[in-house]
Design a protein around this ligand. Sequence first.
Ligand SMILES: Nc1ncnc2c1ncn2[C@@H]1O[C@H](COP(=O)(O)OP(=O)(O)O)[C@@H](O)[C@H]1O
Ligand SMILES: [Mg+2]
Length: 313
Amino acid sequence: MTAVIEAEDLCKSFGEVDALDGLSFTVDGGQVFGLLGPNGAGKTTTVRILSTLDKPDAGFGRIAGFDVVDKPHQARASAGLAGQSTTLDLKLKGRENLKLFAWLYGVPRQAAAERSEELIDRFDMGHYIDRPVETYSGGEQRRLDLAVSIVAEPPAVFLDEPTSGLDPASRLTVWREIEHLAAAGTAVLLTTQNMDEADRLANEIMVIDRGRQVGRGSPRQLKDALKRDALVVTFSNSGDRADASALLDGHVVSAVGDDSLHVRTERRLDSFDALAVLAASGIEVSDFDVHKPTLDDAYLALTGHVAPDEGAP
Ligand SMILES: Nc1ncnc2c1ncn2[C@@H]1O[C@H](COP(=O)(O)OP(=O)(O)O)[C@@H](O)[C@H]1O
Ligand SMILES: [Mg+2]
């Protein structure tokens, strides 16, 4: 079986910035591929190239076997896109947008009407679907955006940070829909900065930073690769942090907030040793937390960035 989404050595520069520096991956039908990375990592650029909105400088993209540069119309028709910026017509009502996009994708009228009703029901959009889109809340618009992207039941779907800024209930609706899409055989490319989301939904995750792959595997494999406990220490006096950092040299992963350090522990320096070292030099610890590695820790170790808080810009 050939993959539905194929990216091979994609490269793209904007002036001096190498937005993509040789990314390769494939996504089969029924799989959710998670593209994870901090702001500016190249997630949206990848999605834009694969959905024919932008051209690669080098490398190939194929959707359902259609090259995104040589066969852009066929490639575009094979993929739904719910992006960071909406493709909806804001002056039209939600229902009219569904109809318009079904028509653009060549869905026969009767099938389009049935499919629209099904999506309105499934996404719980009945109470707002007959208002102009410009009156929608962020969450309402995102749900419609997602519905529109799949109205023609394309074999591939690109979801570019589909839940960023959503309230928990809307996020859950989107998560269920992504599960539903994969179960129905769709190849899903999901970009996200949300570790819980990738952990829950993705079969395979590629972590990228500055346009390059820095880690790859199943959520389980990425977590297992750490094989260490994560220790977060908070100091009574934030001024002690620099001294503590020097004492634990080589084990500090990053600063957290104003007064905490994230420390990587292993056999040579377990969490209690680390705390003992601090206590022996008179540094007062107000709180600490030891936990098994999460996908957050894996992300941090791979990119050197803390995953942003939900809702942060
Ligand atoms: N049209 C553009 N012109 C100039 N630079 C761009 C453009 N689009 C993206 N970039 C740059 O390319 C890099 C990757 O951006 P992007 O793919 O949007 O990252 P992400 O979606 O992971 O946050 C960033 O450094 C960004 O500033
Ligand atoms: Mg982006």
